[in-house]
Ligand binder design. Structure first.
Ligand SMILES: [Fe+2]
Ligand SMILES: [Fe+2]
Length: 182
């Protein structure tokens, strides 16, 4: 059966669509795991997934292309549903960048079930790092939104580290200066 697609009205707030289509996912124990796991910088996987979902809706609204609204929201929210902290050294976390879409698919199928569009979104969101391109427009929108949001989070993480380092150096210099004067 062909999915029902229509442009998303620009009058809709992305966060309202998130609540309408994915309240069950937002309340799930899996999202509690995502709230405890870091994705980029100091951003949790949960914050990242919500930000990517809202960006997907905003891109679809800006392009005014027909999309399956519910699939777009649910597939985006579940795209990083791998349920572990990939910063923790563990053999099972090796090659995280390449393997996590398949872990996310497996977990999401088990906990919520996936439509063909949602499955395409989750499995192919790491294109072109994983060189298998998406097949549907919702998945293309997700690959774009994910990269925009991830770049911003990573840059913010670097800026945070740099400012902490600058503060640490400033304190050291300040202490050294005090010592010289004494
Ligand atoms: Fe990902
Ligand atoms: Fe992501």
């Amino acid at each position: 059966m062909q999915p029902q697609r229509a442009p998303i009205s620009r009058d809709e707030l992305p966060q309202d669509l998130l609540a309408r289509h994915a309240a069950d996912i937002l309340r799930s124990p899996g999202m509690d795991v995502e709230r405890r796991c870091i994705q980029h910088g100091d951003t949790t996987v949960f914050q990242h997934s919500v930000a990517v979902t809202l960006r997907c809706v905003a891109i679809a609204q800006a392009l005014a292309v027909p999309v399956s609204e519910r699939d777009l929201v649910r597939g985006a929210l579940l795209h990083d549903y791998f349920l572990y902290d990939w910063h923790v050294p563990d053999p099972s976390h090796r090659l995280h960048g390449f393997r996590h879409p398949f872990f996310a698919r497996m977990n999401a199928e088990r906990d919520f079930g996936l439509t063909p569009i949602q499955r395409d979104m989750v499995v192919h969101h790491m294109f072109p790092l994983v060189p298998a391109p998406p097949h549907c427009r919702e998945a293309w929108i997700l690959t774009l939104a994910d990269k925009c949001v991830a770049s911003h989070e990573t840059a913010h993480g670097f800026a945070l580290k740099a400012s902490r380092l600058a503060g640490w150096v400033g304190n050291k210099v300040g202490l050294a200066g005090g010592g010289d004067r004494a």
